[in-house]
Design a protein around this ligand. Structure first.
Ligand code: GLC
Length: 817
């Protein structure tokens, strides 16, 4: 991009300070810096001197602004809030950011520059147009920042490959990355997340490039220590997050772009899917087999063949003659049903297809300047595409779900919403319209070009679906799964990473993908377990189920041409492995659901890379095949055939316990045995892991809650279990049950204190099983100051075991030696 020299705006000629903003005029262009919160600064630079108008569909929320103090000394302006500072050199336009103690980060290497860009210069895949639309769409803005030598760059969405994206060039443009499935080197993906965090020992800061246009980051690929930021659209707009930890950056990002939705409890159970369980009897058979084989299951997904000729919001009457009855029968068995919905609406004006007719009648579809609706060719052949940028269209789309909601569909799976129109041979290129033209106007009164809105198409579809469900089933939490999305997608939907392959490489790849999504504020993520394309096989499937237990969203899904991929499809041995993987998932649900509440409160990802919990342990930053699941568990993947043991790094400063043996590991690493069905799982000392009993589904209340207590001499432990009714919004009004617990050091072991339940929700009656891991058996055990008779010592797992009825009251368990 360097043949045509970009223009420079310098020097800055004047500036003013407003309460929470700083505005400067360059010789050409305008710079505005806002303290949108005490720990978040927004920087905007418009070479035209005009800042772009706010967009109704922006993923950014309005936060109460913070005061920004501004002073000038020797042609350098200093700005600060309580948590972040910045200096701006008025002569050369260089901006750098500062921690409260004066450490510099995200320092500019030059002022922002701009010039006209041609389509062939950028990596906008699936856009075979001759050129970019005229105007802002062609104006690229460039900024260079210095990368500290010890900084790793993490996040950037669902990309494959290394966790740390230093030395890579990354572009942000949503595409259908399906055929023939993504691989390690891919750049553009289904989702676009122009957001990252830079992690160095002692400081993590973050940056969100607030551009829905095509944009890119060159993270030291061209020049080692130079971060190149680029966007189309004629304006540079980015947020800087002060950190100073990865957790703080995720909190700041999700404060700005919305906290993750709280999923209904059933969605955290196991989901079974296939393209497609083609008839109602197939679906019922699958559900029955799960129950007959005692394998827990909460949901079955119906892929495109349930529809009448792929017309969205219809049923194929031969395959599903009585959907209400089918769904009712599944519900009677506590199996929920999720249906796929694609955005392409069949252009069928002959059969009384109400969706096409009402959408056309009210002008809800993306249309050319002459009013002629745009057509794309997808599953149902010629199709029309809703313009989700319009409020009225999102309302209308949400309402289309009413029929499916009436028959009892529980959740919706938004697919093909990049929007995918081009990558498959639905029709001949050149004969039919292919992608949505970049120059087509979207939104009310043609507010913005598709070039600006493209990256938001899937996200706005998910939003329309979520909001529609909220209206159609008041009081019940909606659940939406989306393939495409942008920063902020967490407010509306869970996501899966698209069409992977039944390859070991894709099992391995899933962890950096999901962990990176968590760093981008989107915690409810999973991949197709077993692999989508190709035939999976016994060992790969078993290993994938073991790891999938820990995916925030656990679903197996497979392509129509691939072999059967249900837990019993590989013989009794693998079925047993799959069953115990799913059983473990159900045992972990009290913990995982608490993590979902924490994610909803602060963005904290359920599954995250080690650097999230151990940012100062630089030697752990690059590890992509061990992840933390919440603060208590660490899982080490097995992703090669025949492997039965592996090295596991144990982050320093903690006692680690082997989850399976219950015993502490006394080293900074572990060569862990990993037989099939035995993926290494470690528990961080100081944890109080809450495990439920195995249940066939989440609709069955817990009959027992186990507290596994893992003391750590260096780290006192505390945990608060969070429960609610699992499906309504009543938790927002205090219908919650929170149970604080903590470990205190005892003379030779540790004591456990459990606070009384707080909140208005009362869980069903259950037993409480306490398992206190200790180095040696105590002489006696006190429960609330009274000696207990019926405790036992589990010699193999070195644990005191005792049970009591969970009366919701305060308790204290003290071992005496
Ligand atoms: C897309 C989806 C996949 C689905 C298929 C058929 O490829 O990514 O999950 O099964 O379409 O609907």
């Amino acid at each position: 991009m360097d043949e045509i020299l970009p223009e420079s705006p310098c020097p800055i000629q004047s500036w003013v300070n407003q309460a929470s903003a700083f505005v400067a005029h360059y010789a050409q262009g305008l710079l505005r810096i806002d303290a949108v919160a005490p720990d978040i600064l927004r920087v905007r630079f418009a070479p035209s001197g005009r800042l772009a108008p706010p967009r109704s569909w922006s993923p950014v929320l309005d936060l109460p602004p913070a005061g920004l103090s501004v002073t000038e000394d020797n042609l350098v302006v200093r700005m600060s809030t309580d948590s972040i500072g910045a200096t701006l050199d008025l002569q050369c336009g260089l901006l750098q950011f500062l921690t409260p103690d004066g450490q510099s980060f995200a320092a500019d290497l030059g002022p922002p520059l701009w010039r006209e860009v041609a389509l062939e210069e950028i990596n906008m895949e699936h856009m075979p147009e001759p050129e970019l639309p005229e105007g802002d769409a062609r104006i690229g803005v460039f900024l260079q920042k210095l990368m500290a030598p010890d900084e790793g760059y993490f996040g950037f969405g669902q990309r494959t490959g290394q966790l740390d994206r230093r030395h890579r060039r990354l572009t942000n443009w949503t595409i259908d990355r399906s055929s023939p499935g993504h691989s390690r080197g891919d750049d553009n993906m289904y989702q676009a997340h122009p957001v990252f965090m830079a992690v160095r020992p002692g400081l993590t800061w973050g940056l969100f490039l607030n551009s829905t246009w095509y944009s890119s980051f060159d993270v030291g690929a061209q020049d080692d220590d130079v971060l190149n930021i680029f966007t189309l659209g004629g304006e540079l707009d980015y947020f800087v997050f002060a950190g100073p930890t990865p957790a703080a950056v995720v909190e700041q990002l999700t404060r700005l772009t919305g906290r993750p939705m709280l999923p209904p409890l059933w969605t955290m159970g196991y989901h079974q899917s296939r393209w497609s369980y083609g008839t109602d009897s197939d679906v019922r058979e699958i559900a029955r087999t799960f129950r007959d084989h005692w394998i827990p299951l909460d949901a079955i997904h119906l892929d495109i063949d349930y529809m009448d000729g792929y017309r969205v919001f219809t049923w194929d009457e031969d395959r599903f003659p009585a959907p209400s009855e089918t769904i009712a029968a599944l519900h009677a068995d506590n199996v929920r049903v999720v249906t796929i919905i694609d955005p392409g609406v069949k252009k069928d004006l002959e059969t009384g297809y109400q969706v096409a007719e009402s959408g056309l009648g009210a002008g809800h579809f993306i249309a050319h300047a002459d009013g002629e609706p745009f057509s794309g060719w997808v599953w149902p052949d010629e199709s029309l595409f809703p313009d989700f940028c319009r409020d009225a269209t999102r309302l209308w789309w949400g309402d289309q779900h009413s029929g499916l909601v009436e028959v009892g569909i529980d959740g919706f799976w938004c697919d093909m919403n990049e929007p995918s129109i081009v990558d498959r041979p639905f029709r001949e290129p050149g004969v039919c319209e292919q992608p949505v033209p970049l120059s087509i106007a979207q939104g009310d009164d043609g507010e913005a070009l598709h070039a600006e809105t493209h990256n938001l198409y899937g996200q706005l579809m998910a939003q329309a679906t979520w909001e529609g469900l909220k209206r159609l089933r008041p009081g019940q939490r909606p659940w939406v799964l989306t393939r495409s999305g942008f920063v902020g997608v967490q407010r509306w939907a869970a996501s899966w990473m698209g069409d992977n392959n039944a390859w070991w490489e894709h099992l391995e790849m899933s962890l950096p993908q999901l962990a990176s999504m968590g760093l981008c504020g989107s915690p409810h993520v999973g991949v197709d377990i077993g692999g989508f394309y190709q035939n999976t096989h016994a060992e790969l499937y078993a290993r994938w189920m073991e790891l999938g237990t820990f995916y925030p969203f656990m679903r197996s899904h497979a392509h129509c041409d691939s072999r059967a991929q249900e837990p019993w499809s590989f013989g009794p041995e693998i079925e047993a492995t799959a069953r115990s993987a799913i059983e473990l998932r159900y045992r972990l649900l009290p913990y995982l659901y608490t993590l979902a509440h924490l994610a909803h409160r602060s963005g904290e990802p359920l599954l995250r890379p080690l650097l999230y919990d151990f940012p100062d342990a630089a030697h752990l930053h690059q590890i992509h095949d061990q992840v933390m699941v919440g603060p208590q568990l660490m899982v080490a993947a097995i992703y090669s055939p025949g492997v039965r043991r592996r090295l596991v790094e144990l982050p320093p400063g903690h006692t680690w316990y082997d989850f399976r043996t219950g015993l502490p590991v006394d080293s900074d690493h572990l060569v862990a045995d990993a037989p099939l069905g035995g993926i290494p799982i470690l528990v961080r000392g100081g944890s109080i892991l809450t495990l439920g009993n195995v249940r066939p589904c989440t609709a069955e209340p817990l009959s027992e809650l186990t507290l596994e207590i893992y003391p750590d001499h260096n780290n006192p432990g505390a945990w608060t279990l969070i429960e609610d009714d699992g499906e309504s919004f009543a938790y927002q009004d205090g219908m919650l049950c929170e149970r604080a617990m903590w470990i205190s050091p005892g003379s030779q072991g540790a004591e456990l204190s459990i606070a009384a339940q707080s909140g208005d929700f009362a869980p069903a009656l259950r037993r409480l099983a306490i398992r206190l891991h200790l180095a040696q058996p105590p002489a006696s055990v006190l429960l609330d100051d009274n000696a207990v008779e019926d405790w036992t010592w589990d010699e193999a797992r070195h644990a005191v075991v005792l049970g009591l009825d969970d009366d919701g009251q305060e308790h204290r368990i003290v071992p005496r030696f």
